[in-house]
Design a protein around this ligand. Structure first.
Ligand code: FES
Length: 156
């Protein structure tokens, strides 16, 4: 893992605080999230305090600081989904899984990401779990959907 991080950092050696974004994006693309190790290695390599790196990364919603769950749940909160109960879908998912947006359950099974329009507004509200889309769902549908994910993971 450290080698991969160092290779990416080497491509961005002239980066300063104001131009950190492409480096952070490349690391997240490679690792799936910004690990503490990655932040520390950037800090040492570029001689930037970790607080400044976290300051930049936390300013943008796109960055994660935990690995994604086995089932990564994207919940649309674009305008159409918002109007059609998107907020309640988010609340119910967070309640059922006992995590907030950007977090992963302790067992590594689920993670939640709030996204903007997923391009299916007419079928809102929309969520996606890994590559599977669920349209027109109600908050009360989530429990069963999550249980099916768990059942499928143990059946494999
Ligand atoms: S707003 Fe949710 S799919 Fe467009």
């Amino acid at each position: 893992m450290a080698d991969k991080i160092d290779i990416i950092i080497k491509k961005h050696l002239n980066v300063q605080r104001d131009t950190l974004l492409p480096l952070l994006q490349d690391i997240q693309t490679e690792l799936g999230y910004l690990s503490e190790e990655a932040i520390n290695r950037i800090s040492v390599s570029l001689n930037l305090p970790t607080s400044k790196i976290y300051g930049v990364a936390t300013f943008y919603d796109q960055f994660r600081f935990e690995p994604q769950g086995r089932f990564h749940i994207q919940i649309c909160h674009g305008t159409a989904c918002h109007i059609n109960n998107g907020g309640r879908i988010i609340q119910e998912a967070e309640r059922l899984l006992k995590i907030k947006e950007g977090q992963t359950t302790r067992d590594g099974m689920f993670s939640i990401e709030i996204v903007n329009c997923m391009g299916a507004c007419g079928l809102s509200p929309v969520i996606a779990i890994n590559d599977k889309y669920y349209h027109g769902i109600e908050p009360g549908d989530l429990k069963e959907i999550f249980e099916k994910c768990k059942d499928n993971s143990t059946a494999v």
